[in-house]
Structures are given as structure tokens and as C-alpha cells.
Design a binder for this molecule. Structure first.
Ligand SMILES: [Zn+2]
Length: 410
């Protein structure tokens, strides 16, 4: 039995308490949340964690990661790694990425595309206790039209891919794609709805899937009780997909007011992945390469996403924290920066915490994200008050992390 007595208890639903609360952990779960004075005298086999000046909150949840990608700063590097490394090699790297993620206070993630069945197997190995890592909710392979966002060209005709992603063409093929991912054990479905377009600066997005393909994929996924996340750039295709029942809009650089209102009405979550836009500029054009037109697109995407976030937030739709970790940014060590960016984008510090805890848990369909009696004991103890300044979560060395009641070694 572990008793944690923080200065401040952040529940994960937007509320908090500074009333000298104690959180009792037994058998991987939170057995009691009560004022410290209500607990009996010292008992045997009780570990007390007294944390004056610290806050206890639910473990963070990152709703958009790629555990098999290594965070290389160049898109080409990660693309080549997924081709040159065997699935066992990718799996072993993913083990390290999972551990790095957990140690940063991220106790659950949603993986939105991995080659083969690598992350599904990793998810099961973590759940079985063979390796240390966060709870993983995984889509298996993302579904994309031939030549679409996850099936990009640029390779010689003699290069054949197998299992990097799952190309589908036509509504029936998307239905089959959904069924195949679910058969392999996918917890959710990822579709690649639209990509960027450099051709028309007034419409820098282009729909890749047809309306019928989107409807078929979402219908089939829901029939099989899986939620659907869509890689999007924005524009009318997002409006269409939200109407068709999409569960989460990923990236979404161009979301207009009407779509934001529709998302609020339909309960569609927005996972803006702000950090990955910033990473382009931190790494820089010299290292990344790319054309003038490509960078003009990136400039606009970065700029306009702030406005999209503001519209979605103002409309009252659910914002969920997700980083795209693995793609241009390392696992774990930068995750908490996404909360800082959400605050920069207009959320309060507490709203950013909710986006990374209970709201994310609801989207992922997992029992997590709240400090309450009976909940899984996924917890982060952090010096200071993240409900005033989320940046305290970036000092990884100062964090203490519990996953299902067991403290994670630093
Ligand atoms: Zn991604």
C-alpha cells in the first residue's frame, strides 16, 4: 500500500484540491482519496510519499504517437528506417520508445500507424508485463488510398512495399481494411482523409478518400465498436467526415467556424498536434530540405492552425493532447511541451491538463485520466503547480511516475 500526500491534488476533470488530501494505492488502483487526517495511524507495509509543494495528477495521455518511428529530424530518415529496419528491429526500438514515454509521465498513448503488427504486439507485451511502457491503444496500420498520405510515391517502380500501411481503394476495400485491422487486434482505426496541396494557395488541402470511402470506413469501424481517427489537413473534407461520424480530427490546419460548431455538436475531438509544426522550424530548412512552395505551405499550416484551435476551443469542442511523437520529435522528452503550446493557443493551464488526461481517456476509450477512488493508479507527482504553469511538467528529472500503482524507475 502506498499513500501519497501532495500539496495539491489535480483530479483530471478540471477540479483540484489543496485540502491536505491523501491518495491511497492498493493493487494497482486508487483505493481511497480522502483528507489525510481521515487515514488511520501508521500501519505496517505502508509506503508514505509526502510531497510538500508538489502536485499529484493523472498520468498524461498522448493521443497521437508513432512508437516505431525514432523521432529522426528528417522525414526521409524515418521513411528509410521503416524500410531498412526489420520488424523485429523496429519492435526492439519501440520498446525503448515506450519506456522513454512512460518515464516522462505519459502513462497511456494512442499509436496511429506502425508497420506490420509491431505496435499491436508491443501493446500486448506491455499489458502482460513483459516490457515496461504506457497503456497502448493502437490502430495497427493506417488506411490510405493508393498513393495517399501513408502510401506516398517517390520510390522506384522496382520498390515493393508490404505491410508498411494498408492501401485501400473503394468503399468495399476500406470496409475490408477496417475488418483486417480489427482482425489483427486494432483498438481503433486510422484513415488518411486528406493531404496538403501546393497547387492552390486558397485551398491548401486536398481530399484523398472519396466521400463513399470515408462513410464506409467509419460505418464499418463503428459497427465493430472501434473509434476512427483521421489524418487531415482541413477544408470541406473534414466537414464531410465529421458529418459521417468521425471521432477525432488529427492535425486539422484548416478548420472553419462551421466545422468547429459541428464538431462541438457531434462530439468530435480535435487533436491539433501543435509541436510537430514547431519542430520544422526548430530543425530548420537547411536540415530538412524542401522546396519554396513546400515551406510556404508549412508556414501557412503553422500559422492557420492557431486560428483553427481557437475556433474549435471557442465552439466548445473537445481538444485532446497529441504530439505525433516519433515523427520529427523524440518519444517522451518533449511531450509536455505540447501542453505549453495548447496554453499558448488559448487553453487555460487546467484545460490543457484536462486535454491530456480525462478528455484523452474518453477519446481512447480507456479507464484512465482521473484521480478518483477505483481508478487505475496512473499518476504523476510534479513539484510546483501545473494548473498555473504547465511548464513544470517539462522537468523530467523532477517527476515521479506510477503506472498501475508501480513506481517507474527514473
Ligand atoms: Zn502521425
Amino acid at each position: 500500500m502506498i499513500v501519497i500526500r501532495p500539496e495539491r491534488l489535480i483530479i483530471g476533470d478540471g477540479s483540484q484540491s489543496t485540502e491536505g488530501m491523501a491518495v491511497v494505492i492498493e493493487g494497482g488502483r486508487i483505493s481511497r482519496v480522502c483528507p489525510s487526517v481521515e487515514l488511520g495511524a501508521d500501519r505496517d507495509r505502508v509506503t508514505y510519499v509526502d510531497a510538500a509543494g508538489a502536485s499529484l495528477m493523472p498520468g498524461m495521455i498522448d493521443a497521437h504517437v508513432h512508437l516505431t518511428y525514432d523521432g529522426s529530424p528528417r522525414p526521409l530518415d524515418y521513411k528509410l528506417a521503416t524500410l531498412s529496419d526489420s520488424y523485429p528491429a523496429l519492435a526492439l526500438q519501440a520498446v525503448r520508445h515506450a519506456r522513454d514515454t512512460l518515464r516522462a509521465g505519459v502513462t497511456a498513448v494512442r499509436d496511429l500507424n506502425a508497420p506490420g503488427g509491431v505496435v499491436l504486439a508491443l501493446r500486448d507485451a506491455i499489458a502482460a508485463g513483459h516490457v515496461e511502457g504506457p497503456t497502448v491503444v493502437a490502430c495497427g496500420q493506417g488506411l490510405s488510398v493508393t498513393g495517399g498520405h501513408m502510401d506516398k510515391g517517390g520510390w522506384g517502380d522496382h520498390v515493393a512495399f508490404r505491410d508498411l500501411n494498408a492501401p485501400c481503394d473503394g468503399p468495399d476495400a476500406f470496409r475490408q481494411g477496417v475488418r483486417e485491422q480489427v482482425k489483427r487486434g486494432a483498438d481503433c482505426i486510422k484513415i488518411n482523409l486528406c493531404g496538403g496541396s501546393l497547387r492552390d494557395p486558397n485551398a491548401p488541402y486536398k481530399q484523398e478518400m472519396t466521400d463513399a470511402e470515408v462513410a464506409a470506413a467509419i460505418d464499418e469501424a463503428h459497427r465493430l465498436e472501434r473509434h476512427v481517427a483521421a489524418h487531415t489537413s482541413g477544408g470541406p473534407s473534414v466537414t464531410m467526415a465529421v458529418r459521417a461520424g468521425l471521432d477525432s480530427v488529427e492535425h486539422g490546419h484548416w478548420i472553419d467556424e462551421q466545422t468547429a460548431d459541428l464538431m462541438a455538436e457531434r462530439g468530435t475531438a480535435y487533436v491539433p498536434t501543435l509541436l510537430v509544426n514547431e519542430r520544422n522550424y526548430e530543425i530548420g530548412r537547411e536540415a530538412l530540405g524542401g522546396s519554396d512552395a513546400g515551406w510556404a505551405w508549412l508556414d501557412r499550416a503553422r500559422e492557420d492552425k492557431w486560428a483553427s484551435l481557437e475556433r474549435v476551443h471557442r465552439a466548445g469542442a473537445t481538444v485532446v493532447m497529441g504530439t505525433d511523437a516519433g515523427f520529427m520529435l523524440p518519444h517522451g522528452s518533449m511531450t509536455a511541451r505540447e501542453l505549453e503550446l495548447l496554453v499558448h493557443g488559448g487553453l487555460s493551464a487546467m484545460e490543457a491538463i484536462v486535454s491530456a488526461t480525462s478528455s484523452a481517456a474518453r477519446l481512447l476509450g480507456i479507464d484512465a485520466g482521473l484521480v478518483r477512488e477505483g481508478a487505475i493508479a496512473d499518476l504523476v507527482l510534479v513539484p510546483g503547480d501545473p494548473s498555473r504553469d504547465v511548464r513544470v511538467l517539462q522537468d523530467l528529472a523532477a517527476l515521479r511516475v506510477w503506472r498501475a500503482g508501480r513506481e517507474v524507475a527514473a
